[in-house]
Design a protein around this ligand. Structure first.
Ligand code: AQP
Length: 331
């Protein structure tokens, strides 16, 4: 079976962007591929995120769900990858440029700089074929591909064979899987910025666990425009495109249907429709979340089994890497 790896950082509440851009698409992939879904952090919100993965439809009889820090090989592999990553490649990363600009490059942490190597390790450790993510992660996947190719060239093939390995590629070259709709969910307060966990205003995002009243309130107050009617793909109307796209996905309708339904609507008519569609889509997820979170032992068991499987798969890559890079084997 081809393999799929992806994850979300539990550093805030999981929002509609994470769901429509990533988690919702994982659910469809778990039937076809061997799937591994990582919770990429060491924070307390970890079990909340795990419960949300399951509530959104990840089925642990098909997929492995685990916490990154429970599998030390991620950090081990990251270190090996760092030695094959030119500094210039990391300096180009948009996330580093944007985040370090705020505090100044001199004060930004080394961890922020080398973070893309950790993400690359998350993917390459499992010889993943595909990585289902939102549009914002495209540059990170491109970097993972470049690093994989470089390591294959530097240490793979005949050189590896000479060291007693099986030769050939050390890493599969992973491909991003970016959804057609939902790849870039925008902020509710600014149609030109992506919906994000780290945006200071909670008003800018719908969190998957927001109450009905809060969803109604956020949609009532979200930014709109003063054009007549509603339409997709008008560059002058980013908010309109975003809200219609969200409606399209959560209502399960086709784009053409939504175009027809909403073309003559006013915001006053559309907003309650959108709020209702969101509530209808998120309510069952929230109900399942409450059931799952009430059983912490069950979650711990799932995460422990997920880490066992991940460790087993990762061990193969680590053995090959140490051998190919000429490390002295423990006997
Ligand atoms: N707005 C979005 N639209 C579509 N997909 C999105 N993703 C994130 N935002 C959107 C996808 O969700 C997965 C996990 O991403 P993450 O853990 O980096 O979360 P985040 O919400 O992107 O977090 P922040 O706070 O916004 O972090 P920064 O500021 O670091 O980007 C990924 O597949 C991502 O594509």
């Amino acid at each position: 079976k081809k393999r799929v790896v992806s994850g979300v950082q539990p550093t805030g509440s999981v929002h509609l962007g994470n769901y429509l851009g990533a988690i919702k698409n994982w659910v469809a992939l778990q039937d076809t591929y061997e799937t591994l879904f990582i919770i990429v952090d060491h924070h307390a919100a970890t079990t909340d995120t795990a419960a949300l993965y399951l509530a959104c439809g990840i089925d642990v009889s098909k997929a492995s769900v685990f916490v990154q820090s429970h599998v030390p090989a991620h950090v081990e592999l990251m270190w090996l990858l760092c030695s094959s990553t030119p500094i210039g490649w990391l300096q180009k990363m948009i996330q580093f440029k944007e985040k370090s600009r705020k505090e100044g490059v001199e004060n930004a942490s080394v961890g922020l700089f080398t973070y893309p190597d950790l993400m690359t390790a998350d993917i390459l450790l499992y010889q993943s074929d595909f990585v289902p993510v939102g549009e914002d992660q495209k540059q990170h996947i491109e970097l993972a591909r470049e690093i994989a190719q470089r390591v294959n060239h530097l240490y793979g093939g005949k050189k590896w064979k000479k060291l007693g390995g099986r030769g050939g590629s050390l890493f599969k070259i992973p491909e991003p899987l970016i959804p057609q709709a939902g790849a870039r969910v925008m902020s509710l307060t600014d149609g030109l910025s992506k919906m994000s966990k780290s945006a200071p205003s909670d008003q800018s995002r719908i969190n998957l666990l927001d109450s009905k009243d809060l969803i109604v309130d956020k949609i009532k107050r979200c930014k709109t425009d003063s054009f007549a009617g509603l339409e997709f793909d008008n560059a002058e109307r980013p908010e309109c495109n975003n809200l219609l796209s969200i409606y399209q996905i959560v209502s399960g309708k086709k784009k053409e249907e939504v175009m027809e339904e909403c073309k003559d609507m006013s915001w006053g008519t559309f907003k309650p429709l959108l709020a209702d569609a969101l509530i209808e889509h998120l309510s069952p997820i929230q109900a399942r979340y409450q059931e799952i979170i009430a059983e912490p032992e069950y979650l711990d068991k799932i995460l422990s089994e997920g880490a066992d499987r991940a460790e087993e798969l990762g061990a193969v890559t680590m053995r090959n890497m140490y051998q190919a890079m000429g490390y002295y084997q423990r006997r």
